[in-house]
Design a protein. Sequence first.
Length: 304
Amino acid sequence: MKVAYAFLPFPANFKQACNATLPATPPWTFGATGNPFMTTSSPYQPTVKVNGTLYTIVRMLGEGLHSRVYAAIDSRTSVPVAIKVVSNIDPVDNGEHSQMFFKEIRYLTKLQPRNPYVIRVFNHDFDLRTQTGKIVMETGQDFRFMLPLHSSPEEVRIEYKFFKRMTDSQAKYYWYQMVDAVKHLHQNGIIHSDIKPENFIMVDQGQLRIIDLGLSFRLPQTQTSALRPFAGILLFEMVFGYRPFEHIQDNFEKMTHIANMAQNIHIPPTNNPHLADILQRCLQMNPLRRPTAEQILQHQFLNS
């Protein structure tokens, strides 16, 4: 038994807002798969059906505990897509894993015509027999690959001649989109709980899209829309080439260290006073002193 869910199409009046050069996409590789939701017409071309539409699997892009994401080709249009496949879903189970898939579908369909930064959805379904859900989305470049990841300023200095750090203008270009994406989510009463470079992809002409809305939740009416430190950490990494506290490998230790900090995060010296000011505001330890997305978008750093 298959259960299909209605989805909203790509907004007809949506226009790309950006103009940038995409990095080269890694070459696709082919391989067979043993996944039960796939069929294969040859050892090198596994396929999957979503609501009756056949997609040819090209390669796996990533995987989690209960999900995998594949690069694929729409057999009708030859358009490249990404397919997220989530397994072990029980529609009557109130557990977090099962509900996360249906929540992601709910948020994605709601936000398609309302938020130009949300990943575009082309198709999706849920197979009750195999307890497998599938979401067909546009594909793009993981924004993480735009950033060199170092654990300290020392690594940045040592490897400076081997990579080119983002300029302030490039950082503004992408950071504006990230903050604007979060602003649109807040305006629709939604908070994404895991904002990081890996949860943004870059599509045509440098337009960013936010993904993994299963990690979102409703914004309580009593809660302020002031941003978590993620906005400042994203900008910090883009302009300085490393994340604050990246030298602490264990996530629990990192969270404990941040929770016990008595002072705000140190901002390295910069020749841009507007950059220093917005970082200091966004990385305040006191959440009541952090700016909202709307306030960030009006700041001199993004408007100078």
